[in-house]
Design a protein around this ligand. Sequence first.
Ligand code: 5GP
Ligand code: ZN
Length: 113
Amino acid sequence: MENCIFCKIITGQIPATKFYEDDDMVIISDIDPKAKYHYLLLLKEHFPTLEAMTAKQGEKLAVALKKLPELAEKLHLEGGYRLVINQGEDAGQTVPHLHVHILAGQKMGWQPA
Ligand code: 5GP
Ligand code: ZN
C-alpha cells in the first residue's frame, strides 16, 4: 500500500535488516529496539489491524508464528521471547500495517503500562 512504511520495507523501497523472508512474511529488526533482540514480524499483505484481517490472512499469521521455533537459534530466541501486537491507538500502534513484535534476550517481568 502506498505510503506504508512496512509495505515499502517489504518491497525493498526502504532498507531494513531482513532475518527471514518467505512468500507471506518477513522478519526485520526494529529500528528502535526495546529489548536486546527486537524484531518485527510483518505479513506481506497490507492490513492495519486484527479487525481488518481476513480468515485467510489469519491462517497466514498462524503459519508465520509457527515458524518461530525453527528460527529460534538464528534469532536468539532460545531463552524465551515475548510476542506483542499493539492493536490500535490506545495500545500505541504507530504503523497501521499489522505486525508482531518479537522481544528477546533478557528476562522480562510483566510490566503493565
Ligand atoms: P507499533 O508502535 O506500531 O506497534 O510499532 C511500530 C514499530 O516500528 C516501532 O517499534 C518502531 O520502532 C518500528 N519502526 C518504525 N519505523 C521503522 C522503520 O523504518 N524501520 C524499522 N525497521 N522499524 C521501524
Ligand atoms: Zn503496509
